[in-house]
Write a protein that binds this ligand. Structure first.
Ligand code: SAH
Ligand code: SF4
Length: 398
């Protein structure tokens, strides 16, 4: 029997804590929150803009920091709302500078507190923040550690945006904050790019991902343009069509195989949306050009999808789609049923793809020593006992 795909995770919670959070609200949402505490209508727009700048541009974590808002109103705001971040359970720093934060979310209605992981990857010319969109994932790609986590729920827009805020807190990337490192990767910014490549399938949490992306991309706030935000999907075809029209970020497709027979095994969602349909949705993704390509991710699995014939098929499948190909060496995890392809095999594969005109960088695995590399994420709440977790929290020297 084929595995039945449960593609409907529980909805994200509305904050059950006594004071609702303001992070994750757009300007209209902030204005509505202000209405709820009696701010007169004629002031709401202006106040919402003030809150917006404090929260998303200055990184305020307390209302008392908001010096252009009168003291009285600040007190009322602080009594009614929260600006709390998720709790940082641990911060691990890899020998290669990659950082991974384990974040504990505010309690759900049933009192449970879920944990998610966020990863920061510094490179010479950019700093990429990899954020999660769900706790766990309902899909069960057979090479992915996250897919083995059974507990799943969508993250709220607040929880998605908060990952960027926490990373900026830790990196000291707010105006006037003390930066932790004298030389940020590019243009004076630590976080230049955001990828939705952490835990979860972002297109199964469409509305919250869209709300979060709109906030992260807003020029008066966190200001990361949509060209610098990449949404990675395992191939939820109807939602790719909606994402093209409604979210507008760059797109990455977890392709990983060149025949339906192999992809069915690696990415079970392929049984529902096979390769031909997936590539048709890619071809129709709006705004594609040579400067704006779709990234195709291809994990190199020994003896499974790494033959020269696969490389040739890959090239012909992607004909007429402005594409980049990212070859990802498989990152192992305990009990994984696959091995990473040999380097010679990967190089041979890359050469075929290169010869066809694709720059196909083999992605150097980052942060493997702290289980922060692609597909290694899984809430430590499931994986580790508290004692082990404390041991892991000790930073690895860079
Ligand atoms: N769910 C989305 C986004 C998160 S996964 C998706 O699947 O696209 C981020 C990327 O890591 C995906 O391309 C995924 O296929 C890949 N990946 C998963 N497990 C991996 C592993 N063990 N080694 C290397 N890449 C992996
Ligand atoms: Fe989910 Fe992506 Fe992992 Fe597949 S690869 S199980 S879609 S997180």
């Amino acid at each position: 029997m084929t595995v039945i795909l449960d593609t409907s995770p529980r909805a994200a919670p509305t904050k059950s804590a006594s004071r609702p959070g303001l992070v994750g609200l757009d300007r209209a949402g902030l204005a509505q929150a202000l209405a709820g505490i009696g701010v007169p209508e004629r002031q709401r727009r202006m106040r919402a803009n003030q809150l917006w700048r404090w929260i998303y541009n200055r990184g305020a974590t307390a209302f008392e920091m908001m010096t252009d808002i009168g003291r009285e109103l600040r007190i009322v705001l602080a009594a009614a709302f929260s600006l709390e971040r998720p709790e940082i359970v641990s911060e691990q720093i890899s020998a290669d500078g990659t950082r991974k934060w384990l974040l504990r979310l505010a309690p759900d209605a049933d009192g449970r507190r879920h944990e998610i992981e966020t990863v920061y990857i510094p490179e010479a010319d950019r700093g990429t923040l990899c954020i999660s969109s769900q706790v766990g994932c309902t899909l069960t790609c057979s090479f992915c550690h996250t897919g083995t986590q059974t507990l799943v729920r969508n993250l709220s827009a607040e929880e998605i945006v908060s990952q960027v805020l926490v990373a900026r807190d830790c990196l000291g990337e707010w105006p006037g904050a003390l930066a932790v490192n004298a030389s940020p990767p590019a243009g004076g910014r630590y976080i230049t790019n955001v990828v939705l490549m952490g835990m979860g399938e972002p297109l199964y949490n469409f509305d919250n991902v869209k709300a979060a992306v709109d906030i992260i991309a807003d020029g008066e706030g966190l200001s990361l343009s949509k060209r610098r935000i990449t949404l990675s999907t395992s191939g939820v075809v109807p939602e790719i069509v909606r994402a093209g029209a409604g979210i507008g970020t760059m797109l990455a497709i977890s392709l990983h195989a060149t025949t339906d027979e192999v992809r069915d095994r690696l990415v079970p969602l392929n049984r529902k949306y096979p390769i031909a349909e997936l590539l048709e949705a890619c071809r129709n993704y709006p705004g594609l050009s040579n400067a704006r390509r779709i990234t195709f991710e291809y994990v190199m699995l020994k003896g499974i999808n790494d033959a020269p014939a696969d490389a040739k098929r890959l090239v012909s499948l992607l004909k007429h789609i402005p594409a980049k190909i990212n070859l990802i060496p498989f990152n192992p995890w305990p009990g994984a049923p696959y091995e990473c392809s040999d380097w010679e095999t990967i190089e041979r594969f890359a050469e075929i793809v290169n010869r066809a005109g694709y720059a196909s960088p083999v992605r150097t695995p980052r942060g493997r020593d702290i289980m922060a590399a692609c597909g290694q994420l899984k809430s430590a709440s499931e994986r580790l006992r508290a004692r082990d977790r404390r041991a892991m929290a000790a930073p690895v020297e860079a």
